[in-house]
Write a protein that binds this ligand. Structure first.
Ligand code: OAD
Length: 234
């Protein structure tokens, strides 16, 4: 523990599951209810924009009803009290890390509460629906889309993420199935560069074998316990 200074944490849908937000895979997951090809690709948006906008309008409205849980707040406490560097990278498009108190959150798959104008390229905070083609607050064009990375698009801020992984002494993955790259490969990058690697998840993920250690259980239990340990309370 003494040698750990720089921490990179990757979170996925599992950290928000106990807040009532559906995960993507597994029984009842979002991708069982909707085909990825219908709602989460640029081709789907070109083919049937109303279907895609309605899907994201529903999700945007739903997340605003949810509250951060003990795992989100534990990570905020770690950020506030950790004496070294900590970067929180999330694949989640909800804002529960921020509402849980985290200050520095990098959303590699975008954010539900942003709209992106495909005319002027400006992103605006957006909490309402997009289905009626509202005007972009910056350029007034009716060309806003969800600011969410779809399959076939490049995740955001990869340069910053890889730079942090190069410096990491500890890489921790929380609540993610390890099914989607490039995030699923971060553990290999970090490990090859000498970081210790830890997984906190409900069950073993697809990439479990890459981690030095896996701790299994619900995020609201395993994450606060790990944070206590890191801060010397356990
Ligand atoms: P997944 O739905 O693929 O995986 C969620 C993981 O969380 C699974 O391994 C579950 O076992 C675990 N889990 C469920 N409940 C949990 C709990 N209470 N505590 C801890 N773990 C729990 O979600 P992601 O890995 O986040 O991308 O998915 C990655 C990406 O695939 C998403 O960002 C999204 C999706 O398609 C895009 O939309 C671009």
């Amino acid at each position: 523990m003494q040698q750990i200074r720089n921490i990179v944490i990757l979170t996925g849908a599992g950290i928000s599951a106990e807040s009532g937000i559906d995960t993507f895979r597994g029984g009842g997951g979002l991708w069982e209810q909707h085909r990825v090809e219908d709602v989460a690709t640029p081709e789907a948006f070109a083919r049937d924009p109303d279907l895609v906008l309605r899907f994201y309008d529903m999700r945007r409205a739903a997340i605003q009803e949810k509250q951060p849980n003990a795992a989100h707040t534990a990570l905020a406490r770690l950020e506030a009290e950790w004496p070294g560097n900590l970067l929180l990278v999330t694949q989640n498009v909800d804002d529960l890390h921020e509402r849980g108190g985290s200050r520095r959150v990098l959303h590699m798959h975008g954010e539900h509460l942003n709209a992106w104008c495909t005319s002027c390229d400006i992103r605006s905070r957006w909490t309402g629906p997009l289905i009626d083609r509202p005007a972009c607050p910056a350029c007034a064009a009716p060309t806003l889309r969800p600011d969410v990375v779809w399959f076939g698009e490049m995740p955001y801020r990869m340069g910053e993420i890889y730079a942090a992984l190069r410096e990491a002494d500890l890489f921790v993955s929380i609540g993610t199935s390890g099914a989607v790259y490039p995030a699923a490969g971060f553990v290999q990058n970090a490990r090859e560069l000498g970081a210790r690697t830890l997984e906190l998840n409900l069950e073993r993920s697809q990439g479990s074998h890459w981690f030095h250690e896996s701790r299994l259980g619900p995020a609201t239990e395993v994450v606060p316990a790990w944070v206590d340990e890191m801060l010397g309370f356990a």
